[in-house]
Design a protein around this ligand. Structure first.
Ligand SMILES: Cc1cc2nc3c(=O)[nH]c(=O)nc-3n(C[C@H](O)[C@H](O)[C@H](O)COP(=O)(O)O)c2cc1C
Length: 192
């Protein structure tokens, strides 16, 4: 088997982030990578709202959207972002059932770019969707999907023992044979 490219194989989601700032041009390169993603009807339904530690007031508002189990470590990251998807096509207002799929691909590009430039990203589903909806007055055609902490890797010194341990834990993956099938779908996927 050919080896997996490094921007994919070397990505992981840390709990420890360095206080080092990330330049705006490096951050912009992440969103530029997201911009390159393919999408159904070229709709590009992804939306990213980000802030950095340099904008204390906004950074604290973003931190407040997170569940405490996440804000406790995410506060150390240099940047926080919210990922949303526009769920209707702009040309006819019909439901775009590929909006989440496309947004995930944009995030995949962003992650690969982040890894390539030495940055780390930890995504979080643990945040208040309602608080984000209310604060940004999203209406119902924008769906807040996840948040992410972005920064350089820390040395763990800012973490409590529990989080230090979680940073060392393995995140095992299923074998490829569990989710890739040639010519047929193995019925074992329906067994628990
Ligand atoms: C949509 C999504 C939501 C996640 N939510 C959280 C979260 O709320 N808190 C957390 O600590 N990690 C969260 N994670 C990180 C995953 O736990 C992590 O990606 C997974 O365990 C694989 O580990 P790795 O990213 O280090 O390879 C989330 C990841 C994704 C993609």
């Amino acid at each position: 088997m050919e080896s997996v490219i490094k921007p994919v194989s070397e990505r992981w989601s840390p709990y420890s982030f360095s206080p080092l700032p990330v330049s705006e041009s490096v951050l912009e390169s992440l969103f530029e990578a997201a911009r390159c993603a393919p999408s159904s009807m070229n709709e590009q339904p992804w939306i990213f709202i980000y802030t950095t530690k340099e904008d204390h007031e906004y950074f604290n508002i973003f931190l407040g959207f997170l569940f405490e189990s996440n804000s406790i470590w995410a506060r150390n990251a240099f940047a926080l972002a919210i990922i949303l998807a526009r769920t209707r096509f702009s040309r006819n207002n019909e439901i775009n059932r590929h909006a989440f799929y496309d947004t995930g691909m944009a995030v995949g590009n962003l992650l690969a770019q982040a890894t390539s430039v030495g940055l780390f990203v930890h995504q979080m589903g643990g945040f208040s969707v309602e608080a984000v909806r209310k604060y940004f007055e999203t209406g119902d055609s924008l769906e807040p999907l996840a948040m992410m902490a972005i920064g350089y890797l820390g040395d763990g010194s800012e973490l409590n023992d529990n989080l230090k341990l979680r940073d060392k834990e393995q995140r095992p993956r299923k074998p490829v044979s569990d989710f890739v099938f040639k010519n047929h779908l193995d019925k074992k996927i329906f067994l628990k």
